[in-house]
Design a protein around this ligand. Structure first.
Ligand code: XMP
Length: 323
């Protein structure tokens, strides 16, 4: 029968068998999936694992610090942080197409890992030949890995991999759904702030800007996202919603009025959803006063945003993310 204890025991054995006495690296994204995958592999092979955190500049406010502090404190894992913001922004310059963005981010991610791998080998000696990924069952299915499913989006950890990949993949969560991953994380002793964290896509804010991704737009979206998260947490709603993407419609402007003046700014979309496993979702009926507070704060505090709109589409027909 299915228990978290069984899953952990089984995966630890599988990982030890697969990796042997070689070394693995694992990318931490700040999300639950990669954190639990890393903790599981850490349990299996200990110091043969090195985690790499790629700061691609597409993270939310405070996210890098959370990985550096909370995760390392909880697991004692070896962590290497790579600042790759400029590289990603350069690669994304001029690109608006969602699939192209996803492919670029996935590709650059692997390239940065290859560099990190070379550096880790230089430091550690033995060959690093495994890449740990927090791929879940829904990722496998939605990227066309399941039986007879069409490719909906190239998830950056499945369809976006380049063909000249040098690593063998270790994907201990490949058969699990999100709620199961959380239980496994809890059993592994990870703190609630990590285990109960709402999902966040690997390509980060890069796929929450509809239009070209630039530093200025990212900074703006980071501010709006931080306000929405702060208010949802303050209202005690974190456990009621699955996640709440905050999206910047960078190519859209609308007319507004603030103080004595006309404004011509961008809309921010709130996309709160409830879901069991992200395969389907319903839009969350958030209390109006919470929505009002978020809207007021975003339009007051974030320059160049003069409108906040609510996405009331379920999945299907909408996906959770806008890209
Ligand atoms: P969609 O937009 O397909 O999203 O309804 C379903 C769930 O997956 C997350 N998501 C991703 N997670 N890499 C990830 O690790 C990705 O490329 C990616 N794209 C979407 C999304 O946030 C939602 O929870």
């Amino acid at each position: 029968s299915w228990t978290t204890g069984n899953v952990i025991e089984e995966q630890v054995a599988v990982i030890r068998e697969q990796v042997g006495d070689r070394r693995a690296i694992c990318g931490l994204s700040g999300g639950v999936d990669s954190a639990v995958a890393a903790a599981l592999v850490q349990k299996a092979i200990g110091s043969q694992l090195t985690c790499v955190y790629v700061d691609h500049g597409l993270m939310r406010k405070g996210e890098t610090e959370q990985v550096e502090k909370d995760f390392v404190a909880a697991t004692g894992v070896q962590l290497k942080v790579v600042d790759a913001e400029e590289r990603f922004l350069t690669a994304l310059k001029g690109v608006s197409d969602p699939e192209e963005k996803r492919k670029i981010i996935g590709r650059e991610f692997i390239r940065v890992f290859e560099q990190a791998q070379a550096e880790i080998i230089a430091d550690a000696g033995p060959e690093v030949s495994f890449l740990v990924q927090g791929t879940l069952y829904p990722d496998v299915v939605e990227s066309g890995g399941g039986s007879g499913t069409a490719n909906i989006k190239s998830h950056h950890n499945v369809g976006g991999l380049p063909e000249d990949l040098e690593f063998e993949l270790v994907e201990p969560l490949r058969k699990l759904f999100k709620d199961e991953v959380r239980m496994v994380g809890q059993e592994l002793g990870l703190p609630d702030e990590i285990v109960q964290r709402q999902p966040f896509p690997g390509p980060g804010l890069g796929i929450r800007i509809v239009g070209e991704v630039t530093k200025e737009r990212l900074d703006l979206l980071r501010e709006a996202d931080a306000i929405a998260r702060e208010e949802l947490t303050a209202a005690g709603l974190d456990r009621d919603i699955w996640q709440c993407p905050v999206v910047l419609l960078a190519d859209v402007r609308s007319v507004g009025v603030q103080g004595d003046g006309r404004t011509y700014g961008h809309p921010i979309v709130l996309r709160p959803v409830s879901s069991e496993d992200a395969m389907t979702a319903d839009w969350s009926r958030l209390p109006y006063d919470v929505l009002a507070k978020i809207s007021t704060r975003i339009t007051n505090e974030v320059a160049d945003v003069n409108r906040v709109v609510l996405d009331v589409t379920s999945k299907p027909p909408g996906t959770i993310e806008w890209e």
